[in-house]
Design a protein around this ligand. Structure first.
Ligand code: FE2
Length: 191
């Protein structure tokens, strides 16, 4: 009997195909901060090289995986495409990585800049403050912290339609304002 679709809880994990598993492992652990929680063991019947990564929740628990990396069997020397937010071809546009709070995010953004990671864009959205970088294969990565639900919960559409472009270089790239616009029944206003 045809019923209606069940509403899912949300996105559970993402798998990226990568050219060099070791290089990507270093990026996703040392630069982005995930923990590697599992790896497929070699078996005679499979040649897949794959590792699994998780963030950590308030209690210190890890998920089975938020992200997995699988090494591609094609030409690893092929250069990656430079990332852009514009959708130029089908495929993954970006992976959004959420840090637990604003303070942690600010430290992470400062760390990224200190490591020389290029900020492709920096945008204050209505529901997140975000920096867009890319991994060694050119996968887009949005490094974000989520704003309190009170500012976007009453008007997700309004919050999604709000975007403020910010500087991506120098000390200005590390400045984060907290006068979050509030979206709701009435016109957006600053808190
Ligand atoms: Fe995003």
């Amino acid at each position: 009997m045809a019923g209606s679709a069940q509403t899912p809880r949300g996105v559970n994990h993402l798998v990226l195909n990568v050219r060099d598993l070791e290089a990507s492992h270093r990026f996703w652990t040392e630069i982005i901060g995930f923990r590697c929680v599992a790896e497929l063991k070699p078996r005679p019947d499979r040649t897949i090289k794959m590792r699994f990564y998780s963030g950590v929740d308030e209690r210190g628990d890890v998920n089975h995986h938020d992200l997995a990396l699988m090494q591609v069997s094609g030409d690893p020397a092929a250069p990656p495409e430079p990332w852009t937010l514009e959708a130029r071809r089908p495929g993954v546009n970006h992976v959004a990585i959420q840090y637990p709070d604003r303070e942690t995010w600010l430290k992470q953004v400062e760390f990224l800049q200190a490591k020389g990671v290029t900020f492709h864009r920096r945008i204050n959205h209505g529901m997140t403050h975000s920096v867009y970088v890319s991994d060694p294969d050119g996968h887009g990565i949005e490094v974000l912290y989520e704003l309190p639900r009170e500012v976007w919960g009453d008007d997700i559409d309004g919050a999604q339609n709000y975007a403020e472009r910010l500087p991506t270089e120098g000390p200005e790239a590390l400045v984060d304002a907290t006068d979050y616009p509030v979206f709701g029944k009435e016109k957006a206003h600053a808190v």
